[in-house]
Design a protein around this ligand. Structure first.
Ligand SMILES: Nc1ncnc2c1ncn2[C@@H]1O[C@H](COP(=O)(O)OP(=O)(O)OP(=O)(O)O)[C@@H](O)[C@H]1O
Ligand SMILES: [Mg+2]
Length: 408
């Protein structure tokens, strides 16, 4: 898998950019705040049209364009996957509704044909390594869920659809729960949202549980290598509604999510799970109305990282968190490679400044086997000399790229 050509208009600090990328290793060097990370972000957007670096898509449009009457950003790429070349285009823009109100739109075109954003996953696969990824371990459960969702959605387009369906059904159901809480009414109106919530929720739960179990198997040996055998990494998916357990008082569930490696959740069957989740939603309707929200389900689940049995989110050191996240990311590369039967494009943002020399070489040794690797470095000295010699390089300055500066 590789990106052959990229063209940007009004994306972040790139007013206009046209660039052709070779295969192999590419270093994007240059001072701070020039557009190195934004370039990786632009490429990553072709995976599933969602940026882990932006709170909302409007932030991706260039500031200057936002002052114009019709602000827009356009990203075009030619990528090459196993099946051949594909042209992809993302358009972010404002238009007007029939009532004259301005509204934000996101459009996706594949080989010049309009498609839904949910049809993107699986065409172009890439993994983005970010220095702030420590947040996956140190941050809130939502950070961990989002990280997992991004990885699974790339490997499995059906999961991506389930994610959209779930969030839509959840938003609608919660709005109805608040309405029933405030004004009362017939509880059976919830039926219309319980059904799609249970179906998509079962797909999410199963997709995540299976992914976590497979990722753990790949991450554990990598982690052992990175810690020189000193630590063993375990990943645990902890559902807020757990069909493997008898129904407990939901307050209890929220306080202490179950920690139990003995339950093999990967064996669940999606239809059974859907029926059980629907049943759970039904039985807890009165409580949900009292609270005005859906209090359990994949949107409240937790992913735990344990090193030698110790929860890294609660007790891990910075270094331990860094090593665990690196092992997880490397496992994701391998997992997505196996799923798609080809290497994803690797986008490494300033990862080397976080690592000691031995780990830099370890990491590069693993990753340069990919078809294409783009690495940003504000200080290219951080990169091992042999690697600098063999890589293509670009100099990034004020939203423009100049090829060929010698990094050695
Ligand atoms: N929507 C936008 N419009 C215009 N400029 C933007 C927009 N969003 C971000 N920027 C600016 O783009 C610049 C480049 O940011 P980017 O994060 O890509 O830099 P970088 O080269 O990776 O820097 P560093 O080495 O510090 O990581 C920053 O100055 C940022 O403020
Ligand atoms: Mg950067």
């Amino acid at each position: 898998m590789r990106i052959v050509r990229l063209s940007l208009a009004n994306f972040r600090n790139y007013i206009r950019l046209e660039v052709a990328f070779p295969a192999g290793a590419i270093v994007l060097a240059g001072p701070n705040a020039q557009g190195k990370t934004s370039l990786l972000e632009a490429i990553y957007l072709f995976t599933h049209a969602r940026s882990p670096l932006a709170e909302n898509d409007r932030q991706l449009i260039n500031f200057l364009s936002l002052r114009e009457p019709e602000p827009y950003a356009r990203l075009e790429a030619e990528v090459e996957n196993r099946a051949g070349p594909v042209r992809m285009e993302l358009r972010l823009f404002y238009d007007r509704t029939a009532a004259g109100e301005q509204r934000f739109r996101k459009e996706v075109l594949i080989n010049s044909v309009r498609r839904k954003p949910s049809e993107l996953p699986g065409i172009f696969r890439a993994l983005l390594f970010l220095p702030q990824e420590l947040r996956v371990i140190e941050g809130a459960p939502a950070d961990r869920r989002r990280h997992l969702d991004d990885a699974v959605a790339q490997a499995d387009p059906a999961y991506h659809t389930a994610l959209w369906d779930y969030h839509h059904a959840l938003t609608q159901r919660n709005a109805l729960l608040r309405e029933l809480q405030e004004n009362g009414g017939d509880e059976s109106q919830l039926e219309v949202w319980d059904e799609p919530l249970a179906a998509s929720g079962a797909a999410l739960l199963l997709g995540r549980v299976r992914a976590v179990s497979e990722l753990e198997q790949l991450a554990a040996p990598l982690h052992r290598r990175l810690t020189h055998g000193a630590e063993t990494l375990a990943l645990q998916y902890c559902p807020s509604w757990d069909p493997a357990r008898p129904e407990e008082e939901p307050d209890e569930l929220q306080r202490e999510l179950p920690l139990d490696a003995a339950v093999n959740r990967a064996r669940w069957n999606e239809e059974e799970l859907c029926a059980m989740f629907r049943d759970h939603l039904r039985r807890n309707r009165t409580l949900a109305i009292r609270r005005g929200l859906t209090f359990a389900g994949p949107h409240r689940d937790e992913l735990r990282f344990l090193a030698n049995g110790i929860d890294l989110t609660a007790y891990g050191s910075r270094g331990q968190a860094r090593t665990a996240i690196l092992a997880l990311k490397l496992a994701e590369v391998e997992w997505i490679r196996r799923r798609g039967d080809e290497w994803p494009v690797l986008l490494l943002d300033e990862v080397f400044s976080e690592l000691d020399v031995r780990r830099r070489e370890d990491l590069l040794g693993d990753l340069v086997r990919a078809d294409q690797v783009l690495i940003t470095a504000s200080d290219p000295e951080m990169l091992p000399p042999a690697f600098r010699k063999s890589a293509h390089s670009w100099w990034v300055e004020s939203g423009a790229l100049k090829p060929g500066r010698d990094l050695t």
